[in-house]
Design a protein around this ligand. Structure first.
Ligand SMILES: Cc1cc2nc3c(=O)[nH]c(=O)nc-3n(C[C@H](O)[C@H](O)[C@H](O)COP(=O)(O)O)c2cc1C
Length: 222
């Protein structure tokens, strides 16, 4: 896929066909994505690629954990509650998704189902979990992991795949550590659902909005 077309068409995919992605395809995507920039070329990333029974076990365990309502304690803290325009955008996103999914404001059961589906990585056939060394910290680390995460999402498009970057499934890192054996010396940063998009899944129709460029750019000497 042509680069600009990929950048323009990338969107978060929340419904997938139950078709596993070949290992070689994911390996190729990761190989390409590792050309991403990183602060001081530290390359502070490690990938855990999941599928099959182990992924099923993880999805089940995460959904059960979410159902307990336990306080999340991710290795990288959840931001403080959003305010102002950021909160407005968050609410708008939620409303649009619920509208497409026909989930009513008061429909606790459907809302709960939606949360559990999110905890299960949107039931994607494959998942990539990105971890880093515990001694690596600070904004440059997160910046570098952000860069490679976007590269994975863009490279995936070339193979007809969709992705959704997700933080909530790593809210309970001990569950992931136990099931896939990530040691305490590593921090779990973020997860990506990856798979062939089910374009009939209503939420996949969402085209999220963007602020006008004119409101986010200042030109200096241009
Ligand atoms: C760090 C990060 C965490 C995210 N976590 C979630 C998530 O938990 N659930 C979800 O549905 N989307 C999640 N997303 C996707 C965003 O909601 C999405 O990128 C945003 O709404 C813009 O929509 P688009 O990706 O379709 O362009 C996350 C994205 C990022 C970068």
């Amino acid at each position: 896929m042509e680069l600009l077309e990929a950048m323009k068409s990338r969107k978060s995919v929340r419904g997938y066909k139950p078709v596993p992605v070949p290992k070689e395809t994911i390996a190729e995507i990761l190989e390409i994505a590792t050309r991403a920039p990183s602060a001081y070329n530290t390359q502070p990333w490690e990938f855990h690629v999941l599928a099959g029974e182990v992924l099923d076990e993880l999805k089940k365990a995460l959904a059960e954990k979410f159902e307990t309502g336990a306080e999340p304690h991710p290795d990288f803290a959840i931001p403080t509650p959003l305010v102002g325009i950021y909160r407005t955008r968050q609410v708008e996103l939620g409303k649009s998704l619920f509208q497409l999914m026909d989930i009513g404001r008061e429909d606790k059961e459907k809302r709960n189902e939606w949360t559990l589906k999110m905890a299960r990585f949107w039931d994607a056939p494959n998942v990539i979990i990105i971890a880093t060394d515990r001694e690596v910290s600070g904004p440059l680390l997160i910046f570098s992991i952000g860069a490679i995460t976007q590269s994975v999402a863009l490279a995936a498009l070339h193979f007809g795949l969709g992705t959704c970057i997700e933080h909530p499934p790593v809210y309970y890192p001990e569950v992931i550590r136990r099931i896939i054996g990530i040691p305490e010396s590593k921090k779990i940063v973020i997860g990506l659902a990856i798979g062939y998009p089910d374009w009939d899944f209503p939420a996949n129709r969402l085209q999220s909005t963007r602020e006008l460029l004119a409101n986010t750019v200042a030109w200096h000497g241009v």
